[in-house]
Write a protein that binds this ligand. Sequence first.
Ligand code: FES
Length: 175
Amino acid sequence: MSTEAVVAEPVQAGNGWEPNILAFCCNWCSYAGADLAGVSRFQYPSTVKILRVMCSSRVEPAFILKALKDGADGVLIAGCHIGDCHYIDGNKNAEVRINNTKKALAKIGLDKRLRLEWVSASEGLRFSEVIRDFTEEIKKLGQNPVKKPLINADERRLSTSVCPSAANVQGSEVK
Ligand code: FES
């Protein structure tokens, strides 16, 4: 799974910096909640890019670390409420995993950039509120200090078309 294409471009609004937030949303609840937010025209910042996963438990710590390395200022994992997971205990497992990842991130001061939320398919309003709140929190924290410098799209295309392995040299992957 690649997070790089999703989070690499910075978001600019007006003359200020806006954070890049990557949201992993489970297919059965939170993704539908995000969809409902859109259909219902509940406003939320364009700072969020959504990646659909089948369950919150699909999100491995490596995905989170890669997203932070590749340019995300914050990472949200959104799943079904406890008791509603379509894979029985997936969200409970995700909770344990995310808490452990947060503890590890705390050692390098990045734990506040990771958030786990439960959003059901009928909670479009709640989805928009979660995104607004997380965006404000990330704005207070400022830019992610560990993300690698961005290269523009032309440089990326050139480096991978001339020499596919060049992307690896720069620390990214050839897809
Ligand atoms: S299916 Fe939604 S969290 Fe497991």
